[in-house]
Ligand binder design. Structure first.
Ligand code: SAH
Ligand code: ZN
Ligand code: ZN
Ligand code: ZN
Ligand code: ZN
Length: 461
């Protein structure tokens, strides 16, 4: 585990009593014997004050970065009394969903038997209602005449959980979803492990139910339990990708394992689109466990091969992702979202999206749509965006954000078009910057001189 730096003053930093001054949090990762909160085993963090080497270690919730969502906190060396342990267990039990997945599957079976006029969906409780329950929800807003088509697109029926710090549900725009699906099919995959990609999952599942010759299947792993109302235990597992926790226990784990077992040459790919605020090292640790699960399903043959994967994440996390997955490369394709005002392509003129596909597949196999301006660079052997010019000095197509970058002879690399070389800082940066340096690197790009909030890689200028 490499320590992840996070800036002090955030929700987690407020967890322990902290003095003034800059405080850093390092993620030490999932630890054996870690206590649990309602979101499964907590992660071990270390609080360090500037200048000090070792800080006090504590456990905090893996899934919620906002204490309002889960306030679990325990010092690593804290002695927890039996009474408190019992209370915690009860609390965890009480904070599980009120319905089990099985119960929801049974409810769904009854729901689809109802005539259209009796199919209601409560918008407040985000729940399909059976007639006997109408009474209880009588003063709630609800939708009527829920069609089969609506049931097949739950991501349209449910409202997106936009809470930035916990769910950050940003749904693929149609164009990106179709692109991903066609790409997977063209690459010959027949099974998709959809980790935090409910919309991709639903497009696959509904196509499979409509077209007989369509043979792709998907298993959704997501922390959003609302999806258990629409999918069986073979289609959805309630899962936390920050600690690799299956809420459904061994049975759910087995479902996943079975899904990863490649029968009759049906190849599997994992596609994931985690919340961007998520800790890369926690995600990487879970994804490695999913990869290991895949590898273990084969007695022989896989050897050193990795499970094929698409990790969808902003381009400025490239170096962090490559730290954990050196075999990955970043594709130029810009992933678009429906409900993300910042990342959506406007009706007129495209707004750039910073979100990319990271994959361990050979880049030249990832064919990007030429009608959207992507072209194949024969030197780099990969598709690049239209503005991404091949730099003769770097011998590579160097743009990360889709715009044409310029080569700086002093930095010996290509930089953003709006940057200039600052002789003080001895590097290229924004015109407007302060030359003071802090000794702590930025969480996003790792460079010194600024905090994450001021990271030049985040700005579009
Ligand atoms: N673009 C995707 C959705 C990505 S949004 C699509 O259209 O299909 C991030 C997804 O990750 C959401 O579905 C959210 O519920 C899920 N998620 C958030 N935190 C999670 C966690 N800790 N474990 C598993 N899934 C999580
Ligand atoms: Zn090139
Ligand atoms: Zn260059
Ligand atoms: Zn400077
Ligand atoms: Zn930075």
């Amino acid at each position: 585990w490499r320590g992840a730096r996070r800036e002090g003053g955030g929700a987690m930093a407020a967890a322990g009593p902290g003095g003034p001054g800059r405080m850093e949090l390092a993620l030490l990762g999932p630890a054996p014997g870690a206590p649990s909160c309602p979101h499964g085993p907590a992660l071990l963090f270390m609080k360090t004050s500037q200048g000090k080497e070792e800080g006090r270690r504590f456990y905090a919730c893996s899934a919620c970065r906002d204490r309002k969502d889960c306030n679990f906190f325990q010092w690593e060396d804290e002695k927890v009394s039996e009474t408190r342990l019992a209370a915690r267990e009860e609390y965890n039990r009480n904070h599980q969903p009120s319905c089990t997945h099985r119960q929801n599957v049974d409810r769904y079976k009854n729901f689809v038997l109802l005539p259209l006029s009796k199919r209601r969906f409560c918008q407040e409780c985000q729940q399909l209602l059976l007639p006997a329950e109408w009474e209880k929800h009588s003063d709630h807003q609800f939708l009527c005449d829920i069609t089969t088509a609506q049931l097949k697109s739950p991501s349209q029926l449910l409202y997106p959980l936009e809470n930035k710090k916990t769910n950050a549900q940003y749904l693929f725009a149609d164009r990106s979803c179709q692109f991903l699906l066609n790409l997977l099919i063209d690459l010959g995959f027949r099974r998709v492990l959809s980790v935090g990609t409910p919309r991709l999952h639903e497009v696959i599942q509904s196509k499979a139910s409509e077209e007989e010759e369509f043979s792709v299947r998907s298993l959704l792993l997501d922390i959003d339990f609302r999806y258990s109302q629409f999918y069986t235990e073979d289609e959805f597992c309630h899962y936390n990708m920050f600690n690799h926790h299956f809420f459904g226990g061994e049975a759910a784990r087995e479902t996943c394992r079975k899904f990863l077992y490649e029968e009759n040459g049906e190849r599997v790919i994992m596609v994931t689109d985690p919340p961007f605020g998520g800790l890369v090292e926690a995600l990487a640790s879970s994804f490695k466990k999913l990869m290991a699960m895949w590898r273990e399903t084969k007695k022989e043959g896989h050897d050193n091969k990795e499970m094929p994967m698409f990790w969808i994440f902003p381009y400025f996390f490239e170096s962090r992702i490559l730290d954990f997955f050196p075999s990955f490369s970043m594709m130029d394709y810009q992933v678009d979202y429906d409900n993300h005002a910042l990342y959506k392509h406007g009706k007129t003129g495209r707004r750039q999206s910073p979100v990319r596909i990271f994959t361990n597949l050979t880049p030249s196999m990832i064919v990007l749509p030429e009608e959207e301006g992507y072209r194949f660079c024969t030197v780099c052997q990969r598709y690049v965006s239209s503005g991404n010019q091949h730099c003769e000095i770097c011998n590579s197509c160097t743009s990360k954000d889709g715009r044409r970058w310029k080569h700086c002879v002093l930095c010996k690399k290509c930089v953003k078009p709006s940057w200039f070389h600052c002789n003080n800082c001895n590097c290229c940066t924004l015109q407007k910057h302060s030359c003071e340096k802090t000794d702590v690197g930025c969480f996003v790009c790792g460079k010194a001189g600024h905090k994450r909030s001021a990271c030049p890689s985040l700005s579009c200028s």
